[in-house]
Design a protein around this ligand. Structure first.
Ligand SMILES: Cc1cc2nc3c(=O)[nH]c(=O)nc-3n(C[C@H](O)[C@H](O)[C@H](O)COP(=O)(O)O)c2cc1C
Ligand SMILES: CC(C)CC(=O)C(=O)O
Length: 353
């Protein structure tokens, strides 16, 4: 009897059903899901579909170079791994596998504070790391996390600012998935044998950003910026970079697509700080569109988790390789020599709904 095997994924979207087949359904739902009606989850990908590209011809540029430098950190391409919690739910090697894949691919991994192995263990895997922080109301504890991230070699702090509370994930309610399974915990939150409860606090404010500036000399990147006025305030408060993000549609539902907010944020900051974008990036052409609308680089969340669930380190590597190949192909077809060569002159406007 011949055993049928599923065809190997040929693009990032193919990884999702392959991952779903391997994951506990409640864990799949945790990764895939968003807030409430998941309108923003769908909007993120739809925004990329609406934008058109108009390539330039006969430019004779040769193969594009993909390398970029973001906040002084070089990367092999303008794609980062967005911070995502609880990789141990996807694969036993957890964040270590993801970090090894990032190291292999030469991309920056934004390590989540809520990782299931410690930041020191992640750092030992050799990737270029930034550390994502949910500022905890206990500032002594927050400062201790910052010190650990610095000592582990993280080169920037990514402060998630869109989470004064947890978004309402109804898939989690239906699955009664409210706690990590036994044996899996937030490793960075462990203190003297006990695991601290993470606090997503509505009391966090610009005052805390000021405090963080005093506490660390690392660049501070604010994640979850959608309003141009907040982008201006961030620059005023000395923030070094912004991630235009709606948290993958997992916080406030019916927020617009990240891509649709990017031009407004870009206009507000006027090139003073680098912008990154995440939410719905699934194709090389999506990355080109993000660059054209003002981002220095784009980040992927769920696709890396799907790769991790399918084949651990090798799966994340494959996801990054597919995206790299697509980006190189898209830049070549656009007549662009590098990410820096991408301007809004390549955009043909919003052509269809
Ligand atoms: C399962 C999951 C866990 C996440 N955990 C975090 C987190 O701990 N901190 C954070 O700032 N963002 C977190 N995010 C949001 C991502 O950093 C990112 O904004 C989002 O996934 C990008 O959208 P995409 O998944 O469509 O690529 C998480 C997203 C997912 C899907
Ligand atoms: C446990 C959550 C706060 C992690 C997160 O940011 C998310 O699941 O989107």
């Amino acid at each position: 009897m011949t055993r049928e095997t599923a065809p190997a994924p040929v693009n990032l979207r193919d990884f999702e059903p392959a991952a779903r087949a391997r994951l506990d359904p409640a864990h799949y739902d945790y990764f895939a899901g968003g807030a409430q009606d998941e309108i923003t989850v769908a909007a993120n990908e739809a925004a990329f579909r609406r934008h058109t590209l108009v390539p330039r011809i006969l430019r004779g540029q040769g193969a594009p170079r993909l390398e970029v430098t973001v906040l002084g950190e070089s990367a092999s391409m303008p794609i980062l791994l967005a911070p995502t919690a609880f990789h141990r739910l996807a694969h036993p090697d957890a964040e270590r596998a993801t970090a090894r894949a990032a190291a292999e691919a030469g991309v920056i991994m934004i390590a989540a504070m809520l990782s299931t192995v410690t930041i020191e263990q992640i750092a030992a895997c050799g990737a270029k790391l930034w550390f994502q922080l949910y500022i905890q109301p206990d500032l002594d504890f927050t400062a201790s996390l910052v010190r650990r991230a610095e000592d582990a070699g993280c080169r920037a702090l990514v402060v998630t600012a869109d989470s004064p509370a947890l978004g309402r994930n109804e898939r989690g309610d239906r699955n009664r998935f409210h706690d990590l399974p036994p044996g899996i915990h937030c490793a960075n939150m462990e203190e003297e044998g006990k695991v601290r409860q993470v606090v997503l606090s509505p009391d966090i404010s610009w005052r805390h950003v000021d405090w963080l500036k005093e506490t660390t000399s690392l660049p501070i990147v604010l994640k979850g910026v959608l309003h141009p006025e907040d982008a201006r305030l961030a620059v005023e408060h000395g923030v070094d970079g912004l991630i235009v993000s709606n948290h993958g549609g997992r916080q406030l539902d019916t927020v617009p697509a990240s891509l649709d907010r990017l031009p407004l944020v870009a206009e507000a900051v006027g090139g003073t700080v680098p912008l990154l974008l995440d939410g719905g990036v699934r194709r090389g052409t999506d990355v080109v569109k993000a660059l054209a609308l003002g981002a220095a680089a784009a980040a992927i969340g769920r696709p890396a988790l799907w790769g991790l669930a399918v084949a651990g380190q090798a799966g994340v590597e494959r996801v990054l390789e597919l995206l790299r190949n697509e980006l190189a192909n898209a830049l070549t077809l656009c007549g662009a020599a590098s990410p820096a060569d991408v301007t809004d002159g390549l955009l043909g406007g919003v052509a269809w709904k």
